[in-house]
Design a protein around this ligand. Structure first.
Ligand code: F6P
Length: 256
């Protein structure tokens, strides 16, 4: 019966893969909203996908959030793999400490006995501060890492939830709503057609750099993110591996 169930999930994954035009979809059984322990199954699958393709001197950009955090406990040192560097994909501090990209890269590196780079900057920078930051050596060094990113591991959020989590001003919330922002990933907000409608002004990986990286692992679960997923996957790079839960995958399949 279990085999049958998994093969049903494989079918479901195939439907999403071909609709989104991405490399792979991995669906874990169950409903994240009913059972939050499903998050660790997600983390396990995502960690396996990552470790199976990891290589020496790989540069891996990592975003914050609980979905990406779920990989941590499943990462372990790999034979023959030495110099992986985990880099925080953005300088923002919009999450609780445990879920911040800066914390996650340190944890991932500890688990795999490798290195990491952090970037501590405010979540929202003024235009002037932003321009000044661009010339700071610590920032230019991070930008160079983003250019070299071989892999990006990221979460996907609903635009509204992320704007609230980030304490965006009422003015920003209004702009996002007006522009029809539906999803958010690595600091970019996208509308239902997958067009960029807003970007947080902080130092972080650029969409083009994500597109140029060899491997992209997106981790997101829960039916409440279905519209965000449908929006983000309009622009997701083809090389993306998407790890999600059964309830969200079924809700997506019902809408496409
Ligand atoms: O803030 C980092 C981030 O990865 C966002 O880009 C994304 O929208 C969100 O976290 C996902 O968070 P969670 O996995 O906790 O829902």
């Amino acid at each position: 019966a279990i085999v049958y169930e998994w093969s049903g999930l494989t079918q479901l994954a195939k439907v999403l893969e071909s609709h989104f035009g991405i490399q792979r979809v991995v669906v874990v059984p169950g409903d994240y909203n009913e059972d939050h322990t499903i998050l660790s199954m997600l983390g396990k699958e995502a960690a396996l996908q990552f470790m199976s393709a990891a290589f020496d001197e790989q540069v891996v950009a990592v975003t914050g959030g609980k979905s990406v955090a779920s990989l941590a406990q499943f990462l372990h040192p790999l034979d023959g793999q030495k110099d992986i560097t985990f880099v925080a994909a953005r300088g923002g501090i919009g999450h609780e400490m445990q879920m911040q990209a800066n914390t996650l890269v340190a944890t991932f590196a500890m688990q795999m006995e490798t290195q990491y780079r952090t970037l501590f900057l405010p979540e929202h920078l003024s235009e002037q501060a932003y321009q000044a930051m661009l010339t700071e050596p610590m920032v230019t060094e991070m930008m160079a890492f983003y250019d070299q990113a071989d892999c990006v591991i990221h979460g996907i959020g609903s635009a509204e939830e992320m704007a609230i989590r980030r304490n965006s001003s009422p003015e920003d919330l209004r702009i996002l709503e007006e522009k029809g922002a539906v999803s958010e990933a690595f600091g970019y907000y996208f509308n239902a057609d997958g067009e960029i409608v807003h970007r947080i002004r902080t130092i972080g990986i650029q969409l083009e750099q994500v597109q140029n990286s060899e491997q992209v692992i997106a981790v997101a679960a829960g039916k409440q993110k279905v519209n965000a997923m449908l929006s983000y996957f309009k622009v997701a790079p083809k090389q993306t591996i998407f790890v999600t839960d059964e309830a969200a995958a079924k809700a997506i399949a019902a809408k496409i």
